[in-house]
Design a protein around this ligand. Structure first.
Ligand code: 13P
Ligand code: SF4
Length: 335
């Protein structure tokens, strides 16, 4: 990778002034002078290559505000990937998200700036595990969280995200289903869909499983009146201590709509910066749990990715076609 730092010139300053304004509350001047030349160059290259950058809500603010064309939760990123007319899609997020974009756009170039951006949930299950589950529970449909590999999606009946899981399980209207790989999300969905028996897998998110009910009680004691929003990948006893449960986008919408004066987002903590930058009048208590995979994305790596067109996501045609059916079913059911 080109290790030579780019210069913060008056031209860069001028070109990036509007972006600087939006994130000034979360990125200090010293950091911005390093980031801005990358922001300017990445945005120039995107135009040259007809590329777009999809950035998940957990991305660092310089990426989220500086170079992303679409920001959102896994559902929105998938919906936008399905609609884009760009030739090149760069995923600022983790590998399963880039794979989802590729499944939806088999003829486009999909790039992930760091191939090691994995996910503990995606790593917790394989297509062979699903084959065994189908043997054990014949005829029971398999619902997979999007935090899975393309092979697992291909072996499933439908995908869900944290933003639409309840809606899709209700729409399926079946007495029993297998929900994988996130045990806690499965339990949360089961609590909201009592008419369906849910068989769960034992996968966990390595970030959300770190939160405890004691931690939330401490936050409440130290910050009276705080509103606690939690991601459904947290354990049931953590969700029981929270005021609202939702996907990253649903938490963001809650803050924007209800404007709680003091709030804590029980999720990956980069998101707090991004939501705070857009709601600077609110007090954010910041739980510092970072996803090591999400944090592998950096501006220099995104620039390198666009310059060299690496690392390209490839999926075998038979897998892509089957995974597309599960993702498309999700997109249709979540309309
Ligand atoms: P969302 O779909 O809620 O953004 O979640 C994705 C994720 O990886 C959460 O850890
Ligand atoms: Fe996976 Fe958890 Fe990281 Fe989300 S936060 S990408 S679920 S490891």
């Amino acid at each position: 990778m080109n290790s030579q730092a780019l210069a913060y010139t008056p031209e860069v300053e001028r070109e990036t002034a509007a972006i600087r304004e939006r994130l000034s509350i979360v990125v200090d001047e010293k950091k911005w002078r390093i980031a801005a030349p990358y922001v300017a160059e990445i945005n120039r290259l995107k135009r040259e290559k007809n590329a777009i950058i999809l950035a998940h809500n957990y991305q660092p603010s310089d990426i989220y505000f500086g170079v992303a064309d679409v920001t959102g939760d896994s559902l929105k990123l998938a919906q936008e990937a399905a609609k884009t007319t760009a030739d090149v899609i760069v995923q600022a997020g983790v590998y399963f998200m880039a794979e989802t974009a590729k499944v939806l756009n088999p003829h486009k170039t999909v790039l992930i700036p760091d191939m090691h951006a994995g996910c503990s949930l995606a790593d917790s299950i394989t297509a062979a595990d699903i084959a065994l589950l189908r043997q054990k529970y014949p005829g029971v449909p398999v619902v997979s969280y999007v935090n899975t590999s393309a092979e697992v999606k291909a072996a499933s009946d439908v995908c869900v995200t944290s933003g639409n899981a309840i809606k899709i399980v209700k729409a399926m209207n079946v007495p029993k289903l297998i929900f994988l790989p996130d045990e806690y999300l499965a339990k949360y969905v089961a609590s909201q869909c009592p008419e369906t028996e849910i068989i769960a897998w034992k996968g966990h998110c390595e970030v959300h499983e770190l939160f405890t009910p004691e931690y939330i009680r401490e936050i409440r004691a130290e910050h009276p009146g705080v509103v606690v929003l939690a991601h459904p990948e947290c354990a049931p006893d953590v969700l029981a201590e929270s005021d609202f449960v939702g996907s990253t986008a649903q938490m963001q919408d809650y803050v924007t709509d209800k404007h709680p004066p003091r709030v804590v987002l029980i999720t990956e903590c980069s998101m707090s910066d991004n939501v705070y930058a857009e709601n600077p009048d609110l007090e954010f208590i910041k739980p510092c749990q970072l996803c090591p995979h999400m944090q592998l994305m950096t501006l220099p790596k995104i620039l390198h990715s666009l310059q060299t067109m690496t690392h390209e996501v490839k999926i075998e045609k038979a897998i892509q076609e089957k995974a597309l059916l599960s993702i498309q079913k999700m997109l249709d059911l979540s309309k």
